[in-house]
Structures are given as C-alpha cells and as structure tokens.
Design a protein around this ligand. Structure first.
Ligand SMILES: Cc1cc2nc3c(=O)[nH]c(=O)nc-3n(C[C@H](O)[C@H](O)[C@H](O)COP(=O)(O)OP(=O)(O)OC[C@H]3O[C@@H](n4cnc5c(N)ncnc54)[C@H](O)[C@@H]3O)c2cc1C
Ligand code: FES
Ligand code: FES
Length: 486
C-alpha cells in the first residue's frame, strides 16, 4: 500500500498506524485513548506533573539494529512527533500467553496499587528504567518515579515492587519488539523526504530533515511555532488552548541532535535532550548534573531541551544560571546567516530575547573546565523533585594565591530573566574566602535587584538564599579546592 503523504505513521505493537493530517494538533495521549482505544494510559493533570500518561517512545538506533526507549508524558507530546517512531503502552506489556510483565506482577504482589489510576504510568516508568538499568539502586528507582504521583498507596510498596521486579530474568524484563523492528526500518526508508502535514490552509506541521530546510521554512514563515521537546508548547496547548497554525518540529534534523566535541567546548545541538546533557556533564560539572536531575522528571527530561529552556526564558528557568556561570554562548541562524551570541546578552527583558524574526538557536556552546576551575550550583525549591526553583545559584571560579579569580555568578528567580550578578562577583573577585563578608554580599544583592515578592517565594527568602548559597559555596572551597599556580 502506498503511504498517504499527509499522515503520521508510527508503529504500535507490530502494526503501522497511519493517522491522517487532520490529527496534527492532537496529543499522543488523546490519540491513543480516543482513536486507538488504548485507555490504559490515563490523563491526570495534562501538564506533565502526575505521570499517569507515561508511555515509552521507541526509536531505531543509528545502525537500525535496536530500538531505544525513553519514557515520555504522552499528554504533552503532539501526535506528529511520533512519525517514524514506535510507542509502547501498558497494554503492550501482556505476553502472548496472557502473563503480565514482571513489573505488573510485582506491583500486584507487593500491594503497590490501590485505586490503580497512577499504576499504568508507574508500570511504564519502571519498565522503561529496566530496559537500560539491569539492577537499579533505590536512588535510581526513586529518580525514575519522581514524575509519577500516587495519592493512595504510598511509595514504599511501589519501590519494593520495583526491586522485586528487577530480580526477574532479563529476557522477561525486555520489551518484546521483534515485530516492531522491521516496521521501524521500513518507516525509516519511507521518511527520507521532509514531511509536511496539512489539516487546513495555514495549518501545517512541518518536520524538516536538514538545517537548510528548517532555516528556509522559518524565513518564509517567521510566525511559525518552533517545537523541540514540547514540554512548554504541550502545556500551552492543554492549558491555554493554544492552537498554533504552523508548527515546525526540530526532531527530524540530525545535526540538531548531535553533541560535538570541539576541544575546549561542547557544541550541544538544539534538539539534544536534557537527559543527554545530564549524562554529558555528570563527571565534569556534577552540580550541573544534579540541577538537571531535579529538573522536572525523567519523562520531562527525555524530550525537553536546553534550547527550549533558554528560548522560553522563564525567570526561574533552571539551566540558565549554570550556563551563564559557565560562560555558554548560543549559535543562532537566520536564513543563510549565522552568528554567535553570549547567553548573557540574550535576554532583553522578561520572556524577551535578542532573536530576530525567523532566527532560531541551532546549538549551545558549553565551555569545558579550564585548569583549577571550580563550578558549584544548587537549586532550592519547596519539593526536592519535580518542582520549580525558588532560586538556583551557580558559581564558577579559580583560586590563585588563595584568592578568587575569574568569578562568574548567576541566578534565576531574582530578576525578570536569569542573569549574572556582576556586583556580587566584584565582592568575591580578588578576595580570600575568609575575606568575603555576608554584609557586603547583602549590599550587592540590594543594589543589583528590585525587591519583589513572588508566588513561589518572598523577596526576603530569595535574597537570603542568594547570599547564603554563595557563602556555602565559598565555605566549602576552603581547603578543598586545588589552587592554580599563577
Ligand atoms: C512538569 C514540568 C516540569 C518542569 N520542570 C522544570 C524545571 O524543573 N526547571 C525548568 O527550568 N523548567 C521546567 N519545566 C519547563 C520546560 O520543561 C523547560 O523550559 C524545557 O527546557 C523546555 O524545552 P522543550 O524542548 O520542551 O521546549 P518546547 O516546549 O518545545 O519549546 C519551548 C519554547 O522554546 C522555543 N524553542 C524551542 N527550540 C527552539 C530553538 N532551537 N530556537 C528558538 N526557539 C526555540 C519554542 O518555540 C517555545 O517557545 C517543566 C515543565 C513541565 C511541564
Ligand atoms: S496527565 Fe499528568 S503527566 Fe500527563
Ligand atoms: S493507587 Fe491510587 S493514585 Fe496510586
């Protein structure tokens, strides 16, 4: 059968599903439940917080040999992003002989479910974890479940069930995708051409496969909505009933999905997920990795991008303080023109930035640490997991002759956009750790920012955090940080 060019084609349990272009604004969750009757996947919050909608998204690896899975919040993902991929729902787990998956069996045996509304999402998050981690630690299990809320059971029996399930033979834990593999290869062959889905005049969903095609489309349609990980756009669709006319999805451009090692820096493509960034920085910038570990939850981080966080420009965006302190810059493109812009020059006001009409971020340049360079960061929020910052503070420095040099300090939550704090940097630069005083930091904070109470924290609390996080980083530097010989 010749594929309909105006359709989304994806694999579900050994069959190719073809969804007409008229569904281009539908979420994956709505399509699964309403068109495919996969009602095991639930809608709780429709905003990425509860995890009742978690499904596993499968993608062929580069060689086309295996399928890699990641958990996603199906309530936030738009259906056309499934094109060329596979999806596994809770219904996919039942074996031909009727047996349940070991995760399901263990949840039932450990009394890890009561009303059951959260259970399919929990099953999918844990099944996803067990595809990549054979013997997860308790912390890894807790982290995998940080985006799944259960109102009835309590997490102890759920975590115990996960530990019990992990002891099952690997063959039983692995998803059976033998029938999906050839179909995904077929879709890869078919998807060589750029796909534009139309539902009506001016209602397009475009998935370019090259940077040039993306840049050209945006030059012709500068009003188009760029879609990356969909964790902001999905919210706008569900909660503000946004219905973008033209959407251009970055997920088909392979250059944007690469991390390039350029010697002194990494060039992180605009479509690289936060999960991959977290893995990249885990050894060199462990505090950055920890901030990212507390960014949303695994299903959020598996699609959300740095570029989306930066472009969205929330005053409490979490990646930006780290990137600002580390001296990151942005690669921008408009038509055939490219330019580099320091992240600290990107914001021009609250949720306003220096992007010109039709211009977009292609990559983020993240410097590698120089000799003796220290990076510290910490996010403070009401809940440890899956919560938004009251403030996140990031500090980079070197100690030369016992004195701080090359200090860069940045925050979110204190100003209309995440920003550096030059007056505070001046208090620290050239001083020994012992010589930095709380009073001087307080004065610099008062002189730098406009006192504003927010919904998430009062100004009194935020300004105290801004000072105390710096003092903590400085105190921890004494005796533990190697000095650089001038
Ligand atoms: C449940 C939940 C938890 C969250 N937790 C956190 C958190 O802990 N910390 C935090 O900071 N944020 C959090 N967020 C917000 C969100 O996840 C981040 O802002 C994320 O990084 C957005 O990236 P994305 O790829 O999903 O962006 P998208 O939703 O795809 O796009 C966001 C915006 O960026 C634009 N855009 C995307 N890519 C580009 C590009 N290459 N060039 C120019 N513009 C572009 C889009 O047009 C859109 O305006 C959370 C969101 C949810 C739903
Ligand atoms: S429905 Fe709650 S996270 Fe999707
Ligand atoms: S069992 Fe009821 S919400 Fe988890």
């Amino acid at each position: 059968m010749t594929p309909n060019p105006n359709s989304v084609r994806f694999v579900l349990d050994g069959a190719i599903i073809e969804a007409g272009g008229e569904h281009h604004g539908s979420t994956v969750l709505d399509y699964l439940r309403e068109q495919l009757q996969r009602s095991g996947t639930k809608e709780g919050c429709a905003e990425g917080d509860c995890g009742a909608c978690v499904v596993l998204l499968g993608e062929l690896d580069g060689a086309g040999a295996t399928i890699n899975y990641r958990p996603v919040n199906s309530c936030l993902q738009l259906l056309p992003t499934l094109h060329g991929k596979s999806v596994k729902t809770v219904e996919s787990l039942q074996r031909g002989n009727g047996d349940l998956h070991p995760v399901q069996q263990a949840l039932a045996a450990s009394h890890g479910t009561q009303c059951g509304f959260c259970t399919p999402g929990i099953v999918m998050s844990l099944t996803g974890l067990l595809q990549t981690v054979a013997q997860p630690t308790r912390n890894q299990i807790n982290d995998a479940l940080s985006g799944n809320l259960c109102r009835c059971t309590g997490y102890r029996p759920i975590v115990e069930a996960a530990q019990k399930a992990a002891a099952a033979p690997a063959g039983q834990l692995k998803l059976d995708d033998s029938a999906d593999l050839p179909l995904l290869r077929q879709l890869r062959r078919e998807s060589a051409q750029p796909a534009v889905l139309h539902s009506a005049e001016g209602q397009d969903f475009f998935t370019p496969t090259t940077l040039a095609a993306l840049a050209d489309y945006l030059s012709r349609h500068p009003d188009a909505t760029l879609l990356a990980g969909s964790t902001e756009i999905g919210l706008q669709v569900n909660k503000q009933f946004a219905r973008p006319g033209r959407i251009v999805y970055l997920g088909g451009v392979s250059e944007l999905r690469q991390i390039e090692d350029q010697g002194t820096l990494w060039r992180i493509g605009a479509q690289v997920s936060l999960t991959d960034v977290q893995n990249l920085v885990a050894d060199v910038y462990p505090d950055f990795a920890e901030v990212l570990r507390r960014f949303g939850s695994p299903p959020i981080r598996s699609t959300a991008t740095l570029a989306g966080n930066i472009a969205n420009g929330s005053p409490i965006g979490d990646s930006m303080p780290c990137l600002l302190a580390l001296g990151a810059s942005l690669q921008l493109r408009r038509g055939d023109s490219t330019r580099t812009l320091a992240l600290e020059d990107f914001y021009t006001g609250q949720k306003k930035n220096a992007l010109q009409s039709g211009e977009f971020i292609t990559a983020i340049d993240l410097p590698k640490p120089g000799p003796g360079e220290v990076f510290r960061a910490h996010k403070v929020s009401k809940r440890f997991d899956q919560d938004i910052s009251a403030t996140c503070c990031a500090l980079r420095y070197q100690l030369v002759d016992g004195k701080f040099t090359r200090v860069r300090l940045a925050y979110n939550g204190l100003a209309p956009s995440p920003c550096r704090a030059p007056r505070l940097e001046a208090v620290i630069n050239g001083r020994t750790p012992e010589a930095v005083s709380a009073a001087e930091l307080d004065q610099a904070i008062a002189a730098s920012f406009t006192a504003r109470d927010g919904l998430r924290a009062s100004w009194a609390y935020r300004s105290l955090l801004a000072r105390n996080l710096v003092l903590r980083f400085i105190e921890e530097a004494v005796g533990s940080v190697p000095e650089v010989t001038p």
